[in-house]
Design a binder for this molecule. Structure first.
Ligand code: ASP
Length: 339
C-alpha cells in the first residue's frame, strides 16, 4: 500500500529532475519569480510557515514551498513551485511527465490550485503540457473561469506560452505495453502502483493559505476520465478562516463525498485535522460500503488548521505525508483504519 518502491528508492538528486528538465524547470521558475506576488490577507500570526503534502516526494518538494515563503514569496508561488518538481520528474509515474497513460496510451493530466480566499483554477484532461499546475494558476488568475478541459485547456496553455511536448517516457510506454498484454477488467484494480497524487497545502507566517494538486490519474483509465485532484472540494480545498485539506487515492471515492471540502467543514465545526480526516474517510465507507471489500481500495487525506495543527488518515496502513515546519522536514506515518 506504500508508494511505489522505485519512488521510495529514488535519490534526492533523482527527484530533483534531470539536467535537461532542471534547465527547463529553472527557467520556468525564474519566469514565475519575476511575478512573485506579495503575501496578503489572512491573520497575522507571525508563526513559522507550514507545508504539508501527500506521500514522501522527498524533502526538496516540501522544502521548496517552505523556502519560497521564507524568502518572501507568496503562498501561491510556494505551492506552485513545489508541485512543479514532481510534474517535471520523469521517474514519477503518477504525476506529469512520466505519468502512466490511459487505456489508449495517452498521458492525460489533472491539476488544481486554490488560495484561502476562494480563488481557484483547474485543468482537467490536459495533454502535452509539462506544468499543469501553472496552467491551472493562469486559469485562476487570467480568466473568469475555474475549470478548463481537454483541447480547450491545451489551446489556453499554448496561447500563454507553454510548449507542447511528449510526456510519455520510454519507461511508461513499456509498462503500458506490458499492461496491454495482460489487460483485463481486473488489471486496473490489481495494480498497487497505479495512483499517487501530489496534494500540497501551505500556510505562510501571516496565516495566508494555498494548495495545489497534480496527478496523471489512475493508470490505464478510460480515456476522458477525470479524478478528484482537479475538482475543487474533492482533491483540494483551502479556506483561510479554517484550514486546508488534500487527498490521494481512488478519486471517484473522494469525489463522492467532496472529501477535502468535508474535512475543512468538519474543522470549522471544531474537529482536529486528524479527526476530520478520519471522519471523511468513514463517510466514504458509510456511503459506499463496497469499498470495504475491494482489495486495492485506498484513500488518504491530510489537512491542517489555522492554528498549525496537522493530521492525516488513510484506509489502510502505508499512507504517509510530508511536513515542513519551523525549519524541519518530517515524514509522518498516517493513522489508518485497517492493516
Ligand atoms: N486521486 C488520483 C485520481 O484518482 C490518483 C491518486 O491519488 O492516486 O486521479
Amino acid at each position: 500500500m506504500n508508494r511505489r518502491t522505485f519512488i521510495k528508492t529514488t535519490s534526492l538528486a533523482g527527484v530533483a529532475v534531470t539536467a535537461t528538465n532542471a534547465a527547463h524547470l529553472t527557467s520556468h521558475i525564474a519566469h514565475r519569480e519575476l511575478q512573485l506576488s506579495p503575501a496578503t490577507g489572512g491573520q497575522a500570526t507571525n508563526k513559522s510557515p507550514l507545508v504539508i503534502n501527500t506521500w514522501d516526494y522527498k524533502q526538496i518538494v516540501t522544502e521548496t514551498a517552505y523556502q519560497t515563503m521564507s524568502n518572501g514569496g507568496s503562498v501561491l508561488d510556494a505551492v506552485e513551485k513545489a508541485v512543479m518538481i514532481p510534474e517535471a520528474d520523469p521517474e514519477i509515474t503518477s504525476v506529469g511527465r512520466g505519468g502512466f497513460p490511459d487505456k489508449d496510451g495517452k498521458v492525460t493530466l489533472d491539476a488544481s490550485i486554490m488560495d484561502g480566499n476562494g480563488n481557484c483554477g483547474s485543468v482537467v484532461f490536459l495533454e502535452h503540457i509539462l506544468y499543469p499546475v501553472s496552467v491551472a494558476r493562469l486559469v485562476m488568475e487570467k480568466t473568469q473561469h475555474v475549470y478548463l478541459a481537454g483541447e480547450g485547456a491545451l489551446q489556453f496553455a499554448l496561447q500563454n506560452g507553454f510548449a507542447k511536448e511528449n510526456l510519455l517516457t520510454e519507461k511508461a510506454k513499456k509498462e503500458y505495453e506490458k499492461w496491454l498484454l495482460e489487460s483485463n477488467d481486473e488489471s486496473i484494480k490489481k495494480r498497487k502502483e497505479n495512483h499517487d497524487t501530489i496534494g500540497l497545502i501551505a500556510m505562510d507566517a501571516n496565516g495566508n493559505m494555498a494548495g495545489a494538486c497534480s496527478s496523471s490519474g489512475m493508470a490505464w483509465k478510460i480515456r476522458g476520465r477525470v479524478g478528484d485532484s482537479p475538482i475543487i472540494g474533492a482533491g483540494l480545498y483551502v479556506d483561510n478562516e479554517v484550514g486546508a485539506a488534500t487527498a490521494t487515492g481512488i478519486g471517484e471515492a473522494v469525489i463522492k463525498v467532496c472529501g477535502s471540502f468535508l474535512i475543512v467543514e468538519l474543522m470549522r465545526q471544531g474537529k482536529s485535522p486528524q479527526d476530520a480526516c478520519q471522519l471523511a474517510l468513514e463517510r466514504i465507507l458509510h456511503k459506499q460500503p463496497k469499498y470495504k471489500v475491494e482489495n486495492n481500495f485506498l484513500v488518504g487525506f491530510c489537512a491542517f488548521n489555522k492554528d498549525g495543527e496537522h493530521g492525516g488518515f488513510c484506509y489502510k496502513k502505508g499512507f504517509e505525508y510530508s511536513v515542513y515546519k519551523e525549519g524541519k522536514f518530517e515524514v509522518v506515518k498516517s493513522k489508518y483504519l485497517k492493516d
